[in-house]
Design a protein around this ligand. Structure first.
Ligand code: SF4
Length: 274
């Protein structure tokens, strides 16, 4: 009879940190004897018989698309589908299940338990970029801070950002979730590239007075609170992309001198412009 694999140190560490019921990203995990019951946190009070039974092997497909059938390029975006329940038999299956929903999430969180965590900082990350993403090297720390607020805020991503750039702290432990982000992701990098390209464009003279600016900001905040359906997270060329709107809000704050109202989840230190 083949030996079953031992639970990994990563899943043992996660389970030791929690009681028999805990939340990982947008997933409620509950121990049920030797099994673990997983479901969306939005369904935590729904009777099990009203939920679709999914095998562990079905979770990867579930995580691929949102409720509207749009591809989810960022698995840590807070739009995991609801209406399902999955039973994992034992700790190994639980790790597999969480990995289908949040690829690398358990291991990255386990890896980041040490101080300092094994991150790739922004400068090192973009320093390795070639081709079209090289332009992201041009962003100042203040620029990167704006991109972080536009791209990594709790409305866009549930991972706890551990990497940083000069003068910007990582996310606080209780701001989003315990799933660690150890280096900038592809969606963030595209947002940084877009910000760097926009900075090279000639600004259009708009002649806005302060009240115009306030109207514009309120309208943008409204769009951010109810994002347009069908806009892909990585499509920064779409004018209704939430990250693109976030960048514009940051620009409005910068030009007005008002503090940003869109914290990413981490405390911001004083930033210079260099
Ligand atoms: S870089 Fe930002 S958006 Fe990307 S996974 Fe990390 S925290 Fe989330």
């Amino acid at each position: 009879m083949p030996l079953s694999p031992l639970p990994s140190p990563a899943i043992r560490w996660l389970l030791n940190r929690h009681s028999d019921s805990f939340v990982f990203g947008q997933v409620q995990v509950k121990r049920d004897g030797v099994r673990f019951c997983l479901r969306s946190t939005a369904d935590r009070d729904r009777p099990e018989e009203l939920l679709r039974d999914l095998p562990v092997s079905g979770l990867r497909q579930l995580a691929q698309f949102d409720e509207l059938g749009e591809f989810r390029p960022l698995k840590s975006a807070p739009d995991l589908r609801t209406g399902w329940v999955c039973f994992a038999l034992g700790e190994e299956q639980l790790e597999l299940a969480l990995d289908q929903l949040y690829p690398g999430g358990v291991v990255d969180s386990w890896s980041s338990r040490v101080d300092p965590p094994p991150v790739t900082q922004y400068r090192d990350f973009v320093g390795r970029q070639t081709g079209m993403y090289r332009v992201a090297q041009n962003l100042s720390a203040a620029d990167v801070s704006e991109v972080i607020r536009a791209s990594c805020g709790v409305r866009q991503c549930l991972k706890r950002r551990r990497w940083t750039v000069e003068g910007v702290e990582g996310d606080s432990p209780d701001a989003k979730s315990e799933i660690a982000c150890l280096e900038p992701c592809a969606v963030f990098l595209e947002c940084a590239r877009r910000a760097a390209r926009l900075a090279q464009d000639e600004p259009a003279a708009m002649g806005l007075v302060e009240q115009d600016r306030a109207v514009l900001e309120a309208a943008l905040q409204q769009v951010l609170s109810a994002p347009a359906p069908g806009v892909r997270a990585g499509d920064l060329g779409h004018p209704l992309n939430p990250r693109r709107i976030g960048l514009l809000l940051e620009k409005l704050h910068r030009t007005s001198g008002a503090p940003s109202s869109a914290p990413s989840g981490g405390a911001q230190k004083h930033l210079g412009t260099g």
